[in-house]
Unconditional design. Structure first.
Length: 486
């Protein structure tokens, strides 16, 4: 295949060269009707390139195959048999993938450290989740992906399960033994879906963790905007083998996806693939060297504890993406939320993630000497000024086993059940009718249908008092919780 070609970008370039006047959406007519105050901020090119696929660039069914050509090039670039672009982010893509494997009332194994979008899929799809609990690092209060034996054991206990959804890498960079999990699934002739939202870069350098298609996964979802070079909401499905039907996957995507796909997303996906094929190895090699320097500098700073290869050596993770910088800050006497807030306010540095214990960031192919130095200098400043940060009420972290809640109802049934708000302390022993997901990273502590416990209420409420955000709670203060009516 000719990877110098970029079918979507070429079609967009030709559209603009022709100067077509469109008597249909978008209503701004390539920027002519846009508010100049908006154009001044986002740029003329955004509007000029905002073209509807149908009667513009392409359409999935009534076209000259522009999008199909781009998808075929992407599949070839990463070693997949089939690839489909999605413009609604992996939050929607993972819902589509799950619905392609298990339908309403059917069982699906799901990593319990899943992002809230996965739990939303469980609710929307109506599947019966079989939770596979992660490998928990009690010292760091951190969940790593489950192991193949965990999956094998749950498949034996639930032989009617239709497949498995595995999250790897995690938000903090730890990776699963994908091949081991895939073989556990394939021994039972069921597919493995990998939610690899943080792994779009993995196919393009051998020193990065093994990626799903090379590790025998059947269906992989990636968010190219996270660690790649496409704009927000850019997502891709990668497919191989015959355990998941491409026809079924396309139908499910058509059911859930938008009919007004963004040419901006398609174009940047197309361009990113060309960039990675032509220059990806060298760009990622430079990023890995840069990350190594950052990691060495962080490791020398007092009060900062960097997550490194020791997590793999201890058997807690199969691999670690070394481009992810995960730093425990508790020895500074502050929380990760406070550290992130201080860095933003005083250094104009925005970390990618923060929670009670840590902050997390990423080094990508886009970083340079300036951003490398800025991060290291800012962390130096954080260490030097940590003593000036006002102390907050400590968060009471539960024991790992306390996070494995009883599932009393199916998530879908509980979410749509008659519900009531009760004071948080009165919610203990009741069945949750909502998700409660500290964000970032957005992994639910409570899923609809789970029985609320004292430990969880204490953790969440002390967390909110310390600055934790729980945006999906009906009452973000957590003074009250939404539970199923008796």
């Amino acid at each position: 295949m000719d990877h110098s070609r970029v079918p979507v970008l070429e079609a967009l370039q030709e559209f603009r060269r022709r100067g077509d006047v469109v008597y249909g959406p978008p209503g701004h007519k390539q920027g002519q009707g846009a508010d100049p105050r908006v154009v001044d901020i986002v740029g003329e090119g955004v509007f000029a390139s905002d073209v509807l696929s149908l009667n513009g660039l392409d359409d999935r069914r009534e076209s000259q195959g522009v999008l199909t050509q781009a998808e075929e090039l992407m599949a070839h670039a990463v070693g997949a048999e089939r690839t489909f672009f999605s413009t609604c982010g992996s939050s929607l893509s993972v819902k589509t993938a799950m619905l392609a494997v298990a339908g309403p009332g059917e069982k699906l194994l799901v990593s319990r450290n899943a992002h809230k979008s996965v739990i939303a899929a469980v609710i929307v799809n109506g599947v019966e989740p079989v939770w596979v609990h992660p490998k928990f690092d009690a010292e760091r209060h951190l969940a790593h992906p489950p192991e193949p034996d965990d999956v094998r054991r749950m498949l034996r206990a639930h032989p009617d399960a239709k497949g498995m959804l595995l999250i790897t890498p995690t938000d903090w960079g730890s990776c699963a033994d994908i091949r081991g999990v895939a073989r556990a699934c394939h021994d039972q002739d069921v597919p493995l879906i990998v939610d690899e939202a943080w792994g779009a870069h993995l196919p393009f350098h051998p020193d990065l963790p093994l990626w799903g298609m090379n590790a025998e996964a059947d269906l992989v979802v990636t968010s190219v905007h996270k660690m790649g070079g496409a704009i927000e909401q850019s997502s891709v499905f990668h497919l191989q083998g015959d355990r998941v039907s491409p026809e079924v996957l396309k139908q499910r995507e058509d059911l859930l996806g938008t009919t007004s796909s963004s040419s901006l997303v398609y174009a940047t996906l197309d361009g990113w693939r060309r960039h990675m094929v032509e220059q990806g190895h060298d760009l990622l090699e430079a990023a890995l060297r840069r990350s190594a320097r950052v990691r060495e500098a962080v490791g020398a700073l007092p009060g900062l504890r960097l997550m490194g290869p020791e997590a793999v050596d201890a058997g807690l993770a199969a691999e670690l993406d070394l481009l992810r910088i995960t730093i425990d800050v508790r020895e500074l006497g502050i929380s990760g939320m406070q550290a992130a807030e201080w860095l933003r306010a005083h250094c104009h540095v925005d970390m990618g993630s923060s929670d009670t214990c840590r902050i997390g960031g990423q080094i990508t192919h886009a970083d340079d000497d300036r951003t490398e130095k800025l991060l290291i200098d800012s962390l130096h400043r954080l260490v030097d000024h940590a003593g000036t940060i006002e102390a907050r009420t400590p968060v009471r972290l539960p024991e790992p086993s306390a996070l494995e809640l009883e599932q009393a109802m199916l998530p879908r049934d509980a979410f749509f059940a008659d519900a009531e708000h009760v004071p948080a302390d009165k919610a203990v022993g009741r069945v949750a009718a909502e998700m409660l997901s500290p964000y970032p990273p957005g992994v639910p502590v409570v899923v609809p249908g789970e029985v609320i416990t004292t430990d969880v209420v204490t953790y969440l409420r002390t967390g909110v008092a310390a600055g934790m955000l729980v945006p999906d709670a009906a009452d973000p203060t957590l003074e009250t919780l939404r539970v199923t009516a008796r």
